[in-house]
Design a protein around this ligand. Structure first.
Ligand code: GLU
Length: 498
């Protein structure tokens, strides 16, 4: 937007290409645009850059919408939301880009290039052979075609692309709101393509035309686009438009300093959902990738982030994607969640674990289990995975724990427990604890001699929620069955001599 002044509400956009899933880098860009717009009382536009039909993936589009909504980044204008500057799919705006390319042709700021693919390939091969650094790229062959010749080729139906006339060696400068002043030499820039031979615009043309027509005041995007910005500046110039302000977000690196890979941080937003992360935790974590609110504040609500977000506090240096920190943060948010609000997600995770259908029928029971595991979990998926023994008997016993707690000396104690638990009333945590303490005293053993084998017998592992709470939730029948099973297991082991 040509005439944006300090204090005016900004207009920003997130402009993903639906060529793959929305990864965390893209989500961070969307988030910063969202926070910036909200902080300054501006508008956040979603625009779909889908002119590359070869790489277009319809599922990717749905994923973008779902991911943004899951993260709570509702756009003010765009697909579904509507708005005055639509349509918001570039594929529905191609006539507009063609018209603008024509305009530049008519003004002599662009030209038709009829060079064949073959000629361009030969050119590249030659340049490579000569190891040309400077001046490599298109040799501007068609830039000097006489207008008459160009018209003749056009009339003969020869296929062409439209290129921008990049001015000869001169500085192309812009001020990046995060990185400061940046200057490129136009001699480094090719006569870039605006319109492809199929009549579709390139990213550069469509992006500039839309940013202008949609009144974008600030372009906030990933730093991989920084080399495109001088090209865009030249396109703005050619149209006689004032460019928007630019800010390029720092790159996100893996913890080892390398690039993010699918395994390390570059997974899709929905992969994080599937892996049991909470949207508010991922959002908070993403906000801190390159932005710091000041002080040592880290865990913040969306409102707090909106209040604190400014570009001045976005750093230029690379941000590091630290999975351990994300897990920690997720744990913090998990503790703050009500059991009620976790139920749908944990239930979905349980459902994927092939439990008998009836196992998940009792909602009150499910909530009890979630409450027991929430504080010792960092992820929704962990709650589901570590609580499986509430729904089916353990499939085996942790070996190391077995060697320690399933010794022959445990047999008479388990027998005593079986007898007493069968008649214990009420079968409730405090009373069960008293039963265990009393029996330990009678047998002059530490309570651990009863508690550890019981825990291993009912859960298969040596850690988990408080034992008595667990026994109460499992119920008498299950506890007795599992103790008997464990008893059989210990006795059989004894005979084998292990
Ligand atoms: N479509 C580009 C992308 O996929 C947009 C880049 C930009 O924000 O200008 O990221």
């Amino acid at each position: 937007m040509a005439d944006w002044k300090e204090g005016m509400p900004p207009v920003v956009r997130f402009a993903p290409s639906p060529t793959g899933y929305l990864h965390v880098g893209g989500a961070r860009t969307a988030l910063f645009n969202f926070l910036f717009a909200r902080h300054h009382g501006g508008r956040f536009i979603l625009r779909i850059e889908d002119t590359d039909r070869k790489r277009y993936q319809p599922e990717a589009l749905a994923e973008i919408f779902t991911s943004l909504k899951w993260l709570g980044l509702q756009w003010d204008e765009g697909p579904e939301a509507g708005g005055d500057a639509g349509p918001y799919f570039q594929s529905q705006r191609t006539a507009l880009y063609r018209r603008h390319a024509e305009e530049l042709l008519a003004a002599g700021r662009a030209y038709r290039c009829f060079c064949s693919e073959e000629r361009l390939a030969n050119l590249r091969a030659e340049q490579e052979k000569a190891k040309m650094a400077q001046g490599s790229g298109y040799d501007r062959h068609c830039r000097s075609l006489a207008p008459g010749d160009s018209e003749k080729l056009l009339a003969a139906g020869k296929s062409y692309i439209v290129r921008l006339k990049v001015p000869d060696a001169r500085a192309v400068a812009f001020h990046d709101l995060i990185r400061g002043d940046i200057t490129y030499d136009s001699a480094q820039l090719d006569d870039l393509v605006l319109l492809k031979s199929d009549g579709f615009p390139t990213y550069h043309l469509a992006n500039v035309v839309d940013d202008y027509l949609m009144g974008i005041s600030h372009v906030l995007r990933g730093d991989e686009w920084i080399a495109s910005t001088p090209k865009h500046i030249l396109i703005y110039e050619a149209f006689g438009w004032a460019p928007p302000l630019f800010a390029h977000m720092p790159v996100i690196l893996a913890a080892d300093g390398g690039k993010l890979s699918k395994r390390r941080g570059a997974a899709s937003v929905l992969d994080y959902q599937r892996a049991g992360f909470l949207p508010e935790a991922l959002r908070n974590f993403l906000a801190l990738l390159g932005w710091a609110p000041g002080g040592d504040r880290e865990v913040m609500t969306l409102e707090e982030m909106i209040r604190a977000f400014t570009l001045e506090r976005v750093q230029a240096k690379a941000a590091v994607f630290d999975e351990t920190k994300l897990e920690w943060m997720n744990g913090v948010y998990l503790q703050g969640r009500s059991v009620e609000s976790l139920l749908p997600d944990v239930r979905a995770a349980w459902e994927k674990m092939e439990l008998p259908a009836a196992a998940l029928a009792d909602e009150a029971f499910l909530k009890k289990v979630i409450a027991m595991f929430r504080e010792r979990s960092r992820k929704v998926s962990e709650i589901a995975a570590s609580s499986l023994y509430f729904f089916r008997d353990p499939q085996g016993y942790d070996e190391q724990a077995g060697r320690k707690h399933f010794k022959a000396e445990a047999l008479p104690l388990i027998d005593a427990l079986l007898e007493r638990l069968a008649i214990q009333e009420p079968f409730a945590a405090p009373a069960l604890e008293a039963l265990y303490r009393k029996l330990a005293e009678e047998r002059t053993v530490g309570a651990g001699k009863l508690i550890h084998p019981t825990r291993l017998a009912v859960s298969g592992v040596s850690f988990g929620p408080g034992l008595f709470e667990m026994l109460e939730a499992l119920g008498r029948e299950t506890v007795l069955r599992r103790l008997r099973q464990a008893r059989g297991h210990i006795a059989a082991r004894g005979q084998d001599g292990n």
